[in-house]
Ligand binder design. Structure first.
Ligand SMILES: [Zn+2]
Length: 834
């Protein structure tokens, strides 16, 4: 790529090369320099506006540049509000017709070609020598987000720049092509931000999606890198395509695909389309825009986190950063060109999408009822998610009898709606997104997907609810009940807080920080007509005598979390155990450590880290797995093992760990971390209950393997999936009498993400388990694997020596959006073995 030279005396925006002092592709640019260049371009061009929309966990700025022709920029606010009017999010007719192409770069930090390309593309949009882009900007607006994940990008670039050889070293074995754990892909808390668009559990996503929803672009392009041996991928996307995609969304992808192919063909660049990248799971940078009326597209360049400045691929060609930048730049321009070429149509179809979906919703279920009888703090968390996504809801306002799908039972039948129940229907601007997030079972037109196959919110939030095939309107505006402040009453003997939602755990840890002793009862109890379930937090005056302003402190904290406290002036209960009973135990504030590092799942580690620090403000130490042998574990009460490969019990680190458990430690092992204990002496965790069960389950597998031998070679992938489970929901029974089950209710909807199966513990407590196969509620489970889940363990606790091991076979808080499982984690850390 040759950059135009600036003529002396001719004022013109500097190219990235002139500004940075090196040509793009010669180095990776640190994030702050990318920001510098964007700021520089915005200050030197009157048709570029920069918006700072947030900040990362590591305090880096999140920015977008908005670019268009000057005439459009002069009425920017009108363009924005017109778009929302077109979507029905604002009232009134729009007066302009300028579509928006939104370009998102580097959501995966180590796919760092993207931010470099973002500078090249911004320059092309302001460079007066580029007559084509100037013409496109006459009738389109472009938003460029040069880096969605600055912390990840910086982790990669900073590491890479330290390791890179001065002379281009394309040897794949050289250290610069081998990124260490956890890699630059995720954000600070090691979340994959490209799985977080709908849930917005991460700061970056929350701030970005809020901005996105203030604009609602027509086209959204998400730039990535994939394995180095794949050349390049652009839309059209692969099956499965969600049934809700409109014909124009598919048509645009086709137009764009052909236009981009034309440029790639001219340069002899390889690419592929319609493979591998599907459109189903709603939290990607392509699907989320798709379900919000835009044409969402994933773009993938081969090289991901490995190629660096240049690396040999399997064909023996050097894949260089320079080439990769040029590819992404070409694709970005192609998208802007197509949007400009079809600008009127793009805008009209966008309006049609919203008009049609909100008047004639396509999917089977049109309305969703969430019962008001659900625990209010659990319900509030769901409404918060709907608010973040602009989904409207109200209260039913009348009693009625309806027929609907009962999420919990998995059956359809008659049910009663009360006046207070929450009604969400698809007759609203965010119609498609509503249906997608609530649909009990997404319609798959191909079972091979890149991700989980169900995410229905009533399961993720464990709420009683129904899906109805007809239109049900909310008769009443939802008004959040004003929180009734708790008042400090000196005569109070104990305050009692509920225990059924994540925020109750945050309240517990806040009390712990104030050194206030908190108790919990192993039995339900009551005072007069006030009854409290097990697990309720009991904060007694006794035992807290040395806490100054005890009553004020407790009530202030409860008010801060908006938690309504019960009160009692006696410890003498009407039912259950008295507050002074041995069954009412003080909850110890544990010293917690989490194992991380090479060999552990960075995603799972990150979920735990984020939960403890960000949601509970609770401190934790991080212990590297490889150092476990030499670490003194005696100071910790709880150690969490995220999913990972921990080797066997002979490893020195594991010997140290198990020794610590025997002396009284509590170990929480998640997902495949439990493999360390399976079928080993001293632990009752095993794959099969007995040899009969083993024989019968293995026979099913053997039969299918024989069958598979004659399956045509090219059909194998499709067949293999019948032995997989990809994010399916099963209903587990919960033993509510065990602390691990407190506050959950007697059912938990567990997200099955692996085919590991374990029999019931013979010498422990089976707290969560799947008794029968009719517990499959939603999502894809291959028919070969399915019988395995009958009579299988989900969550269990076993005493080992003086300590305990908590087995969490399924991740209870997947991607942090499986809200209902966070309490299981809190139970495991704070209540089990107390
Ligand atoms: Zn990516």
């Amino acid at each position: 790529m040759v950059f135009s030279m600036v003529c002396p005396g001719f004022a013109q925006t500097k190219s990235p090369a002139q500004f940075l002092g090196y040509a793009l592709g010669q180095r990776f640019t640190p994030h702050h320099r990318v920001v510098d260049y964007y700021e520089y371009v915005a200050t030197t061009n009157n048709n570029v506006v920069l918006e700072y929309y947030g900040q990362t966990f590591e305090f880096r700025p999140l920015i977008v540049a908005v670019v268009s022709a000057k005439e459009n920029m002069d009425k920017l606010e009108t363009l924005r509000t017109d778009n929302l009017k077109r979507a029905g999010m604002l009232e009134g007719p729009p007066s302009t017709t300028v579509p928006i192409t939104w370009l998102s770069y580097n959501v995966h930090g180590n796919e760092a070609v993207s931010s470099e390309a973002a500078m090249m593309t911004l320059f092309a949009l302001v460079n007066p020598e580029e007559s084509k882009t100037k013409a496109w900007l006459e009738n389109t607006l472009v938003v460029l987000d040069p880096c969605l994940n600055p912390d990840g990008q910086e982790r990669y670039v900073n590491w890479y720049n330290q390791k890179v050889n001065a002379i281009l070293q394309p040897d794949p074995q050289s250290v610069e092509h081998r990124e260490p754990w956890p890699g630059g892909r995720p954000n600070h808390y090691l979340f994959d931000l490209n799985r977080d668009w709908a849930w917005q559990t991460q700061k970056e996503s929350r701030e970005r999606v809020a901005l996105y929803n203030r604009w609602l672009p027509q086209v959204h392009v998400d730039f990535h890198e994939m394995g180095i041996d794949d050349p390049y991928y652009f839309a059209p996307a692969a099956e499965p395509l969600h049934e809700q995609l409109s014909s124009f969304q598919k048509e645009y992808q086709e137009l764009f695909g052909r236009n981009t192919a034309k440029y790639f063909d001219q340069q002899d660049w390889f690419y592929y389309t319609k493979e591998r990248f599907d459109l189903l799971y709603p939290s990607y940078g392509d699907t989320y825009p798709m379900y919000n009326g835009a044409i969402g597209m994933t773009i993938e360049q081969g090289g991901s986190g490995r190629a660096g400045l240049g690396m040999l691929n399997a064909e023996g060609d050097t894949v260089t950063l320079t080439d990769r930048i040029l590819h992404h730049h070409t694709t970005a321009l192609s998208a802007i060109e197509v949007t400009s070429q079809y600008s009127q149509r793009v805008v009209d179809e966008f309006a049609n999408y919203f008009a049609e979906s909100s008047t004639n919703p396509k999917a089977k279920y049109k309305s969703f009822i969430i019962q008001a009888s659900n625990a209010p703090d659990k319900l509030a968390k769901l409404l918060e998610l709907l608010d973040k996504n602009g989904i409207r809801y109200g209260r039913s306002g009348k009693s009625a009898s309806l027929v609907g799908f009962n999420y919990q039972k998995g059956t359809t039948g008659r049910f009663s709606v009360t006046e207070e129940d929450i009604v969400i229907n698809a007759y609203q601007p965010k119609s498609v997104l509503t249906q997608v997030l609530f649909e009990p079972e997404p319609v798959l037109n191909d079972s091979i997907t890149y991700d989980i196959t169900t995410w229905a919110l009533p399961y993720a939030y464990n709420l009683q609810g129904f899906a109805v095939e007809t239109r049900v309107d909310a008769g009443m505006v939802f008004e959040k009940a004003a929180f009734e402040m708790n008042t400090a009453i000196p005569g109070t003997l104990a305050y009692i807080a509920p225990w059924n939602a994540t925020k109750h755990a945050a309240f517990l840890t806040a009390l712990m920080r104030e050194k206030i002793r908190v108790r919990t009862s192993s039995f339900p109890f009551s005072f007069g007509d006030q009854s409290y379930p097990r697990g309720s937090l009991i904060i007694t005056r006794a035992g807290n005598k040395y806490v100054p302003d005890f009553h004020q402190k407790v009530t202030d904290l409860a008010n801060k979390f908006e938690i309504s406290l019960g009160k009692t002036t006696t410890g003498y209960v009407d039912e259950g155990k008295d507050l002074g009973s041995d069954f009412v135990r003080t909850i110890k504030a544990p010293k917690v450590a989490v194992i991380g590092g090479e060999g552990t799942s960075s995603l799972n580690f990150g979920e735990i880290w984020h939960f403890l620090e960000q949601e509970l403000s609770y401190p934790m130490s991080v212990l590297e797995k490889d150092n476990l042998a030499s670490i003194d574990l005696s100071g910790y009460d709880v150690i969490i093992m995220p999913a990972g490969n921990y080797g066997n019990q002979e490893d020195k680190g594991n010997i140290n760990l198990i020794d610590w458990v025997k002396k009284g430690g509590k170990l929480i092992a998640m997902e495949d971390a439990v493999e360390l204990f399976v079928d080993t002496e001293g632990f009752s965790l095993s794959k099969y209950a007995d040899s009969d069960e083993e024989d019968s389950l293995q026979q099913v597998e053997t039969e299918s393997e024989i069958q598979q031998m004659t399956i045509p070679y090219l059909d194998r992938e499709r067949y293999e999936i019948s032995g997989a489970v990809v994010g399916a929901v099963m209903e587990a029974d919960i033993d509510e009498t065990h602390p691990l089950g407190y506050g959950i209710g007697n059912r938990f909807y567990t997200l099955k993400n692996n085919s590991n199966r374990y029999a019931y513990l013979t010498d422990g407590v089976n707290v969560g388990y799947i008794p029968s196969l009719d517990r499959h509620r939603a999502g894809f489970v291959g028919y070969i694997i399915k019988p395995q889940f009958e009579k299988s363990l989900v969550f269990g606790v076993e005493n080992i020596g003086s300590g305990q091991v908590v087995y969490l076979v399924d991740n209870p808080m997947f991607r942090s959006f499986w809200e209902s499982g966070k309490l299981i984690m809190a139970n495991a850390v704070f209540l089990v073995g107390n």
